[in-house]
Design a protein. Sequence first.
Length: 262
Amino acid sequence: MSSLLGVPVDAAYHLVSGFTGILTPVLGGLAAVAAIVAFTMAVRTLLMPLSLRALRGQAAAARLAPQLQALRQRYAKQPERLQRQMSALYKREGTSLFAGFAPLLLQWPFLSVLYLLFRSPRVGGQPNTLLSRDLFGVPLGMHWLSGAGPASAQGAVFLGVFALLAGLCWLSARLGRLMTARAAGAQATGAGAGTGLLVRALPYLTVVIAAFAPLAAGIYLLASLAWSLAERRLSSRKTHAGPLSAPAAVSRGRRFPPERSS
C-alpha cells in the first residue's frame, strides 16, 4: 500500500470497523456489508458538491460542443485566433475547458482510500478483519475465481453483485447519453450512431474491476455506482428544468460575434 494513502486508509479502517461493531448486535453477519455501504455513502455525500459541479461542467461541454466545432471549422488555419474565440465562448457561458474534469480529480484521493481499504488484506501492518466477515457465507476477502470457483454457490453471490453492477452501468450510460443529447440539442441526437464498440463497453469497466477484486471491493463499487447514478438523475432534473438557450440559438443559426482587431 502507498505510504501516502496509508494513514487515511488506516483511519477509514478504524471508522468502518467501529461502525461494524455497533451494527453487529442488530444486523449480525450483515453488519460489515451495511457498514461498507453506509461509510461509502457518507463519503460520497461529503463529495457531492464536487460531483454535481463535475456533472454541470460535462453538461456545459456538451451544450457548447456544436459552437466549438463551428469555431474549429471557421478558424482551422488560425490557431491563435481560435484559442481566443474559444476562451471568449467559455467566459461568456461561465464555464471552462476543465470544468467537467477538475472536480473529479479532486475526488480521486478520497475514493482511492475507500477502494484500497476494501481490497487490502492488511491495514497498518495488521490483518484487515473486515475481509474476514461474510455475505451469505462468502468471505468479503474472497475473489470470484478463488475458493469453490465461479460455478459454486459462492460464485452465485459474486454473479449477483456483477449483475447489479452491470444494470447500474447500463442505466448510468443511458442517462449520460440522454443528458448529453439534451444539453447539445438536436445536433447531438445522432452522435451515438457512430460510437465504436470500445466506447460502448467502457461504462462496464467497473464490472471487470469487480471480477478481479475481493467481494468487499465489489460491494463498495456497487454502493458508489448507485450513488453516482442518483447524482446523475438529480443533475439531469436540474439541468432539464433550466433554460436551454444555447442549443436553441445554435439550431437557429446563431453566429459568433466578430473578433475585434487589436
